[in-house]
Write a protein that binds this ligand. Structure first.
Ligand code: C2E
Ligand code: CA
Ligand code: CA
Ligand code: CA
Length: 278
């Protein structure tokens, strides 16, 4: 029985068991898709607002279905997290990303940097740093070519553990960014202890810039906060030239969003790089 409101109990409805059955089906499909190498990695460039140079790429997972559409990561990542499948998926992604970095290098595009999203379960798993070190060595990728993105909510876990994992990541030579920043409640002191390399201002604030005055103020606060602590600040979800201009004028270091490029397969990114950076 599931507790609904104060004092009232209801039995699981047929609709609910259908929903959990569907989730289980989806999980099995996801497992099969991973084993059969059906997941794709898309990349979205991150741009310096100072000179327009590409500072890196964010890797974003895509799950194509038979009818030519995608199941979004917002749907399958939580599922993979709950089931523990995320550990296997994360290691697979890491291998794919390293492979891509090497292939971009061989195409003459230089040593590009890729940011990888790491969820709470992965971040708290004790093999993360070792797995990373192993893959880097295996593919001959420099640690400085990988950035680990953790969300502010991950960073709000047990302070000592988070600080320790970040310390070990940075000791390895990878950089760390705090994703979706502004949606959690980290304090100035806390942020300083984390010792991250980059803050990513959450898209919800960027979206409202030019529409709602408070949003630019919030972005400016994050930019100032980052700079006081010596941390670079990136705005995510930048869609208009006006947003980019206002952010640049406010001292924001970097940006990412549809204005510059949508997430795309590596092959298209290579082409885009040759066209815009050459
Ligand atoms: P995120 O890390 O905050 O990624 C940014 C999301 O914003 C991506 O959605 C990206 O496609 C989208 N985006 C980028 N620029 C714009 C823009 O200008 N406008 C709009 N409207 N959207 C933009 P996506 O690819 O659907 O990913 C959703 C979330 O799924 C990610 O949010 C991340 O939390 C998670 N995710 C994706 N790939 C992975 C992964 O490999 N591992 C883990 N743990 N999580 C992942
Ligand atoms: Ca991210
Ligand atoms: Ca984000
Ligand atoms: Ca997000």
């Amino acid at each position: 029985a599931k507790r609904e409101g104060p004092g009232s109990f209801t039995w699981y409805s047929p609709a609910m068991s259908l929903a959990s059955r569907q989730r289980l089906d989806l999980l099995h499909d996801l497992e099969a898709a991973i084993r059969q190498q059906q997941l794709l990695v898309y990349y979205q460039p991150q741009i310096s607002l100072t000179d327009g140079a590409v500072i890196g790429m964010e890797a974003l997972l895509r799950w194509p279905t038979a009818n030519g559409q995608f199941i979004g990561p917002d749907r399958f990542i939580p599922l993979a997290e709950q089931s523990g499948l995320i550990i296997e998926l994360g290691d697979w992604l890491l291998g794919k990303v390293c492979e891509q970095i090497v292939s971009w290098r061989n195409e003459g595009l230089g040593d590009l940097k890729v940011a990888i999203n790491v969820s709470m379960v992965q971040f708290n798993h004790d093999t993360l740093v070792d797995q990373l070190a192993l893959r880097l060595r295996q593919y001959g990728v420099k640690p400085s070519q990988i950035e680990i993105e953790i969300t502010e909510s991950v960073a709000m876990q047990t302070l000592e553990d988070v600080i320790d994992t970040i310390r070990r990541l940075k000791q390895l030579g990878v950089t760390v960014s705090i994703d979706d920043f502004g949606t959690g409640f980290s304090s100035l002191a806390y942020l300083q202890k984390l010792n991250a390399d980059r803050l990513k201002i959450d898209r919800s604030f960027i979206r409202e810039i030019g529409v709602n005055e408070g949003s630019l103020s919030i972005a400016e606060m994050v930019i100032n906060l980052g700079h006081k602590l010596g941390i670079a600040v990136l705005a995510e979800g930048v869609e208009t030239a006006e947003q980019a201009a206002l952010l640049r004028a406010s001292g924001c270091d970097e940006a990412q969003g549809y204005l510059f490029a949508k997430p795309a397969p590596a092959r298209m990114l290579g082409q885009w790089l040759r066209e815009t950076q050459g």
